[in-house]
Design a protein around this ligand. Structure first.
Ligand SMILES: Cc1cc2nc3c(=O)[nH]c(=O)nc-3n(C[C@H](O)[C@H](O)[C@H](O)COP(=O)(O)OP(=O)(O)OC[C@H]3O[C@@H](n4cnc5c(N)ncnc54)[C@H](O)[C@@H]3O)c2cc1C
Length: 391
């Protein structure tokens, strides 16, 4: 296995690192209080070529591999976790639009995403629940040369800021399950769309909330993939985003760890630096070990994707394990800072609240473990017990 970065990857890494550490990190906490993402910053990241590098060159991307996208996500999230939502969504949603939407929509929207001129959101979760994602009720009914959408999507990142969204809707019957679900590209300034945002404990600039569809007309070309086939086709993209989420979450934990090692050299107790107490350094040494393993898992998963090899279980491992352990590491760093750690002056609490959201977003730990189990034993792991087997 070759873990060395190519010259090209090294260049992306350096550009992203400089931008993240000089431009993003110093104002991370200040921006974290805002309830919208700074569009100027979005544009700047686009101009630096740091958004959607994996997207096809035909649509303004650079056709880079998944590993390169991971490198950029990790660097950006080190400076500002919230900013890295831009790279995450661009790769996930931009990929869906580039690969499955109509050529006209892809030609218009993917370049805008890459340039930092547009955000495309994901409308999957509904009020009745997100884990059983295919069991959705928002309807899309044929109407003239298109469809009319009625219902509510909730918990959507960038709910009030996204310019468009890929919205999953039921075109078949409820009994059809995932086979009755289609996906649509919907411009969110369309007539009949209204939006709200939640008062979240973290990721405020990303702004999660509900989007309501009241007889919203979507032209036929807005159908992504084929009718009733959108769900299974598009869900494959989530294996990519799950590995990226791992890197997105471990980066703020690494930032907290780096700062905490420095603190242990400066802070004294009992007339010596606290770095001399194994009770202080051992948890940090354990965290470095976990960090190294998590980073390897994420890049391994992305490299499997780049080689076209199966990586469903690995992606689910990234998604459940890394956000959880990253939160634990940030918490430990906060504790090492003693009473200073408990103030909002230091960034640990902000990082903790931000990262915690992705223990839930994109699928909870339980759902990821179900996916891993399914990969191991097949679909039998998902079947309900038959009546005759129930006691
Ligand atoms: C920060 C953040 C960003 C998000 N961004 C988006 C977005 O952009 N677009 C979007 O569509 N959604 C988004 N979501 C929604 C997210 O995908 C859902 O919250 C998630 O899938 C879980 O759904 P739920 O919250 O409805 O929980 P539920 O499905 O109600 O589950 C509740 C609890 O029960 C557990 N559970 C459910 N079923 C099982 C089972 N079979 N076995 C064991 N345990 C089970 C779950 O793990 C969970 O702990 C976001 C959420 C967050 C927090």
């Amino acid at each position: 296995m070759d873990f060395a970065l190519s010259e090209q990857q090294q260049a992306f890494s350096e550009t992203a690192r400089r931008f993240a550490r000089e431009k993003l990190a110093p104002f991370y906490q200040e921006r974290a209080k805002q309830d919208s993402f700074d569009r100027k910053l979005l544009k700047e990241m686009g101009e630096l070529g740091l958004i959607g590098v994996d997207l096809p060159e035909a649509f303004g991307g650079l056709g880079e591999g998944s590993v390169t996208s991971g490198i950029i996500v990790e660097e950006i999230a080190y400076g500002d976790f919230n900013a890295s939502y831009i790279q995450l969504l661009a790769s996930l949603m931009g990929g869906i639009v580039a690969n499955h939407a109509s050529p006209d929509i892809a030609k218009e929207w993917v370049p805008k995403v890459v340039k930092g001129e547009a955000i495309i959101g994901l409308g999957l979760t509904e009020p009745r629940g997100g884990s059983d994602a295919a069991n959705l009720v928002l309807r899309a009914d044929k109407s003239g040369n298109g469809y009319r959408l009625n219902g509510e999507k909730t918990s959507m990142s960038f709910s009030t800021q996204a310019d468009a969204a890929v919205v999953f809707a039921r075109t078949g019957s409820i009994e059809d399950g995932a086979r009755g679900v289609s996906a649509f590209f919907v411009e969110l300034n369309s007539e009949g769309v209204t939006r709200t945002s939640f008062d979240d404990i973290g990721t405020k600039p990303v702004g999660r909330g509900s989007v309501f569809f009241d007889d919203v007309f979507v032209p036929a070309e807005g159908l992504i993939s084929e009718e009733n086939k959108g769900f299974s086709v598009i869900m494959k993209g989530f294996d990519f985003s799950r590995a990226l989420i791992g890197l997105e979450c471990l980066a703020p934990a690494q930032a907290s760890l780096d700062e905490t090692w420095e603190y242990t050299k400066e802070r004294e107790a009992f007339n010596r630096p606290i770095a001399q107490f194994q009770g202080v350094t051992f948890p940090l040494a354990e965290a470095e070990t976990q960090m190294t393993m998590m980073r390897q898992l994420c890049y391994y998963t992305l490299s499997l994707r780049d080689q076209g090899r199966p990586h469903i279980a690995e992606a689910a491992m990234c998604k459940w394990y890394v956000p959880k352990v990253s939160c634990e590491i940030i918490h430990q760093c906060l504790l090492v800072h003693g009473h200073f750690g408990y103030t909002t002056d230091l960034p640990h609490h902000q990082r903790y609240n931000d990262v915690m959201g992705l223990q839930i977003g994109d699928g909870t730990a339980q759902i990821q473990k179900m996916i891993i189990a399914r990969e191991k034993v097949g679909r039998v792991s998902l079947q309900h017990a038959k009546p005759e087997t129930q006691k």
